[in-house]
Design a protein around this ligand. Structure first.
Ligand code: FES
Ligand code: FES
Length: 158
């Protein structure tokens, strides 16, 4: 069947096989930032933005995103993304890097909907992202720094 959606800012049509998951379609079309981890919705390595919200692409059929707007790290080129990348690097939040695209997606989704998240809200946003290297502290620090930089205070006070 044909499925049409916006991928990284470009409206595109895809021939989708029955049962094809979004993770496979994206990786087959050059979006290698979308990592194949557990394939059961538990690790967050395959996260993408679906209409601006972080979702696991291994648990979505490609046909389910017909008409939606999908963004992967390849298509994130704005100031918020730049700041997140910079603070993740500075905080030492990138070690093996396998979880990093998924963490970027979750952090981006959080900060576009909440510019001043509390630590609890940051932890909740990263709840679906498994990282076996960092212990999460550095990632949380990087998100706090980014929130400060984009104008929130990152102390959770509204
Ligand atoms: S590969 Fe999708 S959540 Fe793990
Ligand atoms: S940096 Fe290695 S899994 Fe997160």
């Amino acid at each position: 069947m044909k499925v049409e959606f916006e991928l990284n800012g470009k409206e595109q049509k895809f021939d989708v096989k029955p049962g094809e998951v979004l993770l496979d379609l994206l990786r087959d079309n050059g979006c290698k930032s979308v990592k194949r981890g557990c394939e059961t919705g538990d690790c967050g390595a395959c996260m993408v933005l679906v209409n601006g919200r972080a979702m696991t692409s291994c648990t979505l059929f490609a046909a389910q995103v017909d008409g939606k707007e999908i963004r992967t790290v390849e298509g994130m080129e704005d100031n918020l993304t730049d700041q997140l990348k910079q603070f993740m690097l500075e905080a030492g939040a990138v070690q093996c890097g396998f979880c990093t695209p998924g963490v970027l997606i979750s952090a981006y989704s959080l900060l576009t909907h909440n510019k001043n998240p509390s630590e609890e809200e940051i932890k909740a946003a990263l709840d679906g992202n498994l990282c076996r290297c960092t212990g999460y502290v550095k990632q949380i620090d990087a998100i706090k720094e980014t929130a400060d930089s984009i104008g929130g205070s990152s102390d959770g006070k509204k």
